[in-house]
Design a protein. Structure first.
Length: 455
């Protein structure tokens, strides 16, 4: 049986794709849902002048808005119905994860299994609605004051009614995206929310690539610079693929059990520990915190007085925390490393894992069950997190340095977008291969039954 499985895995290719009707339907459904997402990104909020908004946005680039705008596929720049994208849901899910690790009641709910997971998902949706309403109110208020110092007004009729309408529209857009993501996950291929974020990032790629080659044609960017950047992208993509698949597999052994033939056998398995347990959360948090002062001054405009104590401090921070500045690069790297260790400690609990192993009779050879196992897991996880933090820091800092030296704005914001695109692509391809493998197994079972009947 193992030989047959190995032959199927070795012969697995997209040549059998035409026979997998269910897989094709799932892929077409996913593509259709992503097209709907792109259409929605061009539907503006009621009461907003898109032309003036585009002019104002071009003057306030470089802050947190650039990150959110990249993740939403330019929806924030156009201030569409889905301007906030799925970021409120991502933030709410992170908060719920943190709370479930710190609060005893939520921690107990997390251990309830499927019912507990559904309750936590429901709390996450409530949190997403609350954050969308809160962010929508601030966005609507900011739009009314946006460009007031330059004499431009992005909102046609400012007032309470515009703010209420904008909040309702943004909540509806974000909730529709969450529903669309759930439909992709259940009826399509891949993780729906992740694919929506990736689609927004990929949608920005043609613009940045066209700008880069236009700069090469006009002479503002050298040919060797373009070639070097393309080679750097290829190397980074290969490096990300290798590191994201890298694991430290700990051997888990179970007590000897009597088999059907009366022989005593010891079951073995492996506990995989990813090198990058924190994912893309550390660079998002680190860049958001560092770009917060710049975003405040961009929205405040002339209302931030350099003579005041707070205004002067914010302006001074902006001078030292600009893209490519040494202080920004150092704090960015330090923030990524800190959040790597912090978020890894939140999502992986060595004590809980050791208790589960002890409850199921499993143990690590040479390590006593219980507290010693928890200490050993913490020891191993800390050391592989050092490698993971260094990997994420390199991937995120190198693009920032290249942007600062060449002045060319690449399609990835500090490497975060590149991490997301590569991770989601690899996961989606893995799911497609799993569907193809299941289809080949189905054909193998049908052939075996047919041969049995003929005999």
């Amino acid at each position: 049986m193992a030989t047959r499985a190995d032959n199927i895995a070795s012969n697995l290719s997209l040549a059998n794709f035409s026979k997998a009707t269910e897989l094709k339907n799932r892929i077409w459904f996913t593509i259709g849902a992503l097209i709907v997402f792109r259409f929605l990104s061009f539907v503006p909020l009621p009461g907003v002048n898109p032309l003036i908004l585009e002019t104002l946005y071009s003057k306030t680039q470089g802050g947190i808005l650039d990150i959110f705008n990249t993740f939403s596929g330019g929806s924030l720049q156009r201030m569409s119905l889905i301007a906030l994208g799925v970021m409120p849901y991502i933030t709410a899910s992170i908060v719920v994860q943190l709370a479930s690790s710190l609060h005893p009641a939520l921690a107990a709910m997390k251990k309830e299994g499927e019912s507990g997971r559904k309750k936590l998902n429901q709390y996450t949706r409530y949190g997403a609605v609350f954050l969308t309403a809160l962010q929508g109110w601030f966005v609507a208020s900011g739009l009314e004051a946006y460009g007031a110092s330059s004499g431009l007004q992005a909102v046609v009729n400012p007032g309470v009614m515009f703010r209420v309408g904008a909040v309702i529209s943004l909540i509806g857009g974000t909730m529709f995206l969450l529903w669309l993501g759930e439909q992709i996950t259940s009826r399509g291929i891949g993780n729906g929310v992740s694919l929506i974020i990736m689609a927004g990032i990929v949608a920005q790629m043609p613009t940045f690539i066209a700008n880069m080659f236009e700069g090469g044609r006009s002479g503002s960017i050298g040919s060797f610079t373009i070639i070097g950047m393309v080679l750097m992208l290829i190397v980074l993509i290969l490096f990300i693929c290798f590191m994201e698949r890298a694991q430290r597999r700990l051997l888990i052994q179970y007590p000897k059990r009597t088999s059907q033939k009366g022989m005593m056998q010891a079951d073995r398995s492996h506990l995989p520990l990813k090198i990058n347990t924190a994912g893309v959360i550390p660079p998002i948090f680190a860049s958001s915190l560092l770009l917060l002062p710049l975003t405040i001054t961009q929205f405040a405009g002339n209302s931030v007085s350099p003579d005041s104590r707070i205004g002067g401090a914010i302006i001074t921070l902006n001078q030292y925390l600009g893209h490519g500045k040494p202080l920004y690069m150092a704090l960015y790297a330090a923030g990524i490393i800190f959040f790597c260790f912090f978020y890894t400690a939140v999502v992986f609990n060595p004590e809980e894992t050791s208790e589960n192993l002890k409850r199921n009779g499993g143990f690590i050879p040479g390590i006593r069950p219980g507290k010693n196992t928890a200490n050993y897991l913490d020891y191993v996880l800390t050391r592989i997190t050092v490698i993971g933090a260094a990997y994420i820091t390199v991937v995120c800092v190198i693009p920032e340095y290249v942007i600062a030296q060449t002045g060319v704005r690449l399609f990835f914001a500090g490497g975060t977008s590149l991490l997301i695109v590569v991770n989601v692509t690899v996961d989606t391809i893995t799911q497609i291969q799993s569907h193809l493998l299941a289809h080949q197994y189905g054909d193998l079972i049908k052939k075996a039954k047919l041969k049995g009947r003929l005999r």
